[in-house]
Design a protein around this ligand. Structure first.
Ligand SMILES: NC(=O)c1ccc[n+]([C@@H]2O[C@H](COP(=O)([O-])OP(=O)(O)OC[C@H]3O[C@@H](n4cnc5c(N)ncnc54)[C@H](OP(=O)(O)O)[C@@H]3O)[C@@H](O)[C@H]2O)c1
Length: 404
């Protein structure tokens, strides 16, 4: 089967390398080899880091539109022109595999409609959780379930920073700088540290898991840039670890609650031990119960693993293409169930911790004072949380995941 690769950067070159390294296994499964015949990049063939001996390298997409390739791998990233390239390719009968979560979070329903109209496939396993086969798990392996919740660590950069703060007692700024030097964070880390990258990913994952069209803009998002290393340390002393969590909960019919926020995890949470650049997700299904997947959320070969597996899926499914499609729009709601929280008050109010909490209407049983100014609050209703957040004596509040 003939393939074109758009963008031969980190992931695109991984696609060349995975196919080259595993061609014998691939051919055994498919009964035919995968052959990259075209590549689109701004650089010339000789400037690419891959073997382009039998590849036509061009910067003109028209050549690929008019070529005989069956599948196009989009690894250039960004909304434009990648989105229009994909739309045109799908309408010209080319199947597409992409790792572009930004684009999918914005245009997935539209692109799937184009694919369906033209009997083509659009697959995107690499867009969420890099090399971890998360989308396949929810779409195929867990298809018989009503998925009731998804909880994930889906951004390696922010997880790396939080791990450095946790284990090495670094400040947020120190950890970010080190992540940039080590190549785990980009020069402009906004998308990663403010939670936008995770917002795109949980939108794509929730669409498949809950079977609903998701408006990514309606997801409540807060990132890690305001995390105080004091809370990381205090949490650590109490067996709690701070992670940037993406959480989707199914609330019945077409109602879902989706949020991205730093949360504290107890050791009982399977995600509590997902550190540094690793990603992971815990999926709750009504038949299977709890399942979890962990692994590399990024990387050249790691991400290409998911892309080439998608290309192989296309080789098997191309004669009966069927994309997951939904016409039901998710109704986004806030999950109002009572939850457990870590709270810390400003130094001047630390003596009044219990009084402030009791004045909200919380009972003594719900309040566990841990140290001066710090308490765990059990089963706090959403409206009380809101009241507490408005209290100007509050220094920090984190939702707690996992049994206490
Ligand atoms: N890196 C990861 O680990 C990872 C993991 C999961 C998903 N992804 C996704 O995979 C995609 C690619 O990421 P990456 O890290 O491989 O990026 P990258 O290293 O920057 O590679 C992108 C390549 O595409 C080229 N390109 C971009 N726009 C182009 C255009 N209009 N015409 C021709 N060439 C163009 C770039 O050339 P220039 O450098 O000249 O712009 C570059 O060679 C993104 O959607 C990203 O979100 C990445």
């Amino acid at each position: 089967m003939k393939i074109a690769v758009l963008g031969v950067g980190t992931v695109g070159s991984g696609v060349f390398n995975v196919i080259q390294e595993n061609q014998a296994k691939i051919q055994e499964i498919l009964g035919e080899p995968l052959t990259i015949t075209y590549a689109l990049d701004r650089r010339q063939a000789e400037d690419l880091d891959v073997d382009t001996t039998h590849v036509t390298v061009t910067d003109n997409i028209e050549e690929i539109y008019n070529s005989d390739v069956d599948v196009v791998v989009e690894t250039m990233g960004g909304l434009h022109p990648a989105g229009d390239f994909i739309a045109t390719l799908l309408s010209k009968g080319k199947h597409v595999v992409t790792a572009n979560k930004d684009l999918l979070a914005n245009r997935i329903d539209e692109l799937v409609a184009i694919a369906n109209e033209h009997n083509t496939l659009l697959l995107y396993e690499a867009s969420v959780g890099g090399g971890i086969p998360l989308l396949n798990a929810v779409e195929t392996g867990l298809a018989a379930n009503q998925i009731t919740s998804l909880t994930g660590i889906l951004n390696g950069t922010s997880n790396y920073i939080l791990s450095k703060m946790d284990f090495d007692h670094w400040s947020y700024e120190q950890a970010l700088q080190e992540a940039q030097v080590a190549g785990f964070a980009e020069a402009d880390p906004t998308n990663d540290v403010e939670g936008y990258d995770v917002q795109f990913k949980i939108a794509v994952l929730s669409r498949l898991a809950f079977g609903l069209s998701i408006d990514a803009d309606q997801i409540q998002v807060s990132g890690i840039s305001n995390i105080n290393s004091r809370d990381v340390e205090i949490g650590n002393d109490m067996g709690l670890t701070v992670k940037l969590i993406a959480k989707g909960d199914w609330l019945g019919e077409d109602r879902v609650s989706i949020q991205v926020a730093p949360m504290m995890l107890t050791q009982a949470s399977p995600l509590a031990n997902v550190h540094y650049a690793q990603n992971g997700a815990v999926i709750q299904g009504n038949a299977v119960g709890q399942t979890a997947l962990f692994g590399p959320g990024a990387g050249s070969m790691e991400t290409a693993s998911a892309i080439v597996s998608d290309v192989m899926q296309i080789a098997k499914r191309r004669y009966r293409p069927k994309n997951f499609t939904t016409t039901r729009q998710a109704r986004m709601q806030i999950d109002e169930r009572p939850l457990n929280y870590y709270v810390r008050f400003k130094r001047e109010a630390s003596k009044q911790t219990a009084e402030i909490l009791e004045a909200l209407g919380l009972s003594k049983d719900q309040i566990k004072i841990k140290k001066s100014g710090v308490a765990l609050v059990l089963d706090m209703a959403l409206e009380l949380r809101r009241e507490l957040e408005a209290n100007d004596q509050l220094a920090a509040i984190y939702q707690i995941e996992g049994e206490l």
